[in-house]
Design a protein around this ligand. Sequence first.
Ligand SMILES: Nc1ncnc2c1ncn2[C@@H]1O[C@H](COP(=O)(O)OP(=O)(O)OP(=O)(O)O)[C@@H](O)[C@H]1O
Ligand SMILES: [Mg+2]
Length: 272
Amino acid sequence: MSDAYGDRGNKDRSITKESKASMQPGPQHGEAHPAPGGPFLIGDTMTGGYGSGPDILHECTIAVDEGEIAVIVGPNGAGKSTAMKALFGMLDVRAGHVRLAGQDITELTPQDRVKQGMGFVPQTQNIFTSMTVEENLEMGAFIRTDDIRPTMEQVYDLFPILKEKRYQAAGELSGGQRQQVAVGRALMTRPKVLMLDEPTAGVSPIVMDELFDRIIEVARTGLPVLMVEQNARQALEIADKGYVLVQGRNAHTGTGKELLADPEVRQSFLGG
Ligand SMILES: Nc1ncnc2c1ncn2[C@@H]1O[C@H](COP(=O)(O)OP(=O)(O)OP(=O)(O)O)[C@@H](O)[C@H]1O
Ligand SMILES: [Mg+2]
């Protein structure tokens, strides 16, 4: 594969910075290597729901590979967040499996999944509003015992506004800046895969573009990114792989380009 990003709609290479290669996941969180042929992270035919409630997911499969951005779209209540929570271990997966780097992690707690290299930014309450920006980043690194300063500098490099506001309470920041704090917090563990649930929720189109550019920049360092997005069209434009979920099931799967070109997907989910 000569160009891992060839399928992506966003051709703006000006945001690529070689220096960000150092954001690449460190070797300290595990020794596992992907099974040959298997995606780096996969929720494989997951069926499950909350507590003893009914199944929300029905044989739902979501995967992201190294160097990729995978995007989950679909109507409200389709189970997008539920699929993310299932991958992260916050849901009872009654059938199916979650595998990370070839290892079955279906039974692991979320904490253990973080240790295995999963970084997750939930849809809501993803920052500590009364803490400063820098304290939020420090909290993100809670599982680490080594020097976190270089990673913090990388996060500030990626999101310069956070450095400017590092001593300010995160709750005082704008919506877009808070999302940067949330993503930065997740990066502090030096994850091997980054999962973002609606990282552009409630921000202006300009801020959305900016956040997408930063996410592409992170993905270019080799860190696989799996994200849920309500801005379906824009998200599929930057997606190597896209999933349309409907009522907890895979309705359409393909490259971002394929889904954008699919008349049925356009009609039902992209406004024609
Ligand atoms: N904690 C919970 N306990 C029980 N049911 C839940 C819980 N969270 C979500 N659900 C149900 O699961 C279904 C899927 O919800 P989910 O939040 O995964 O959808 P979504 O696709 O992320 O929607 P949105 O676009 O609004 O974020 C809904 O029927 C919802 O009511
Ligand atoms: Mg959701």
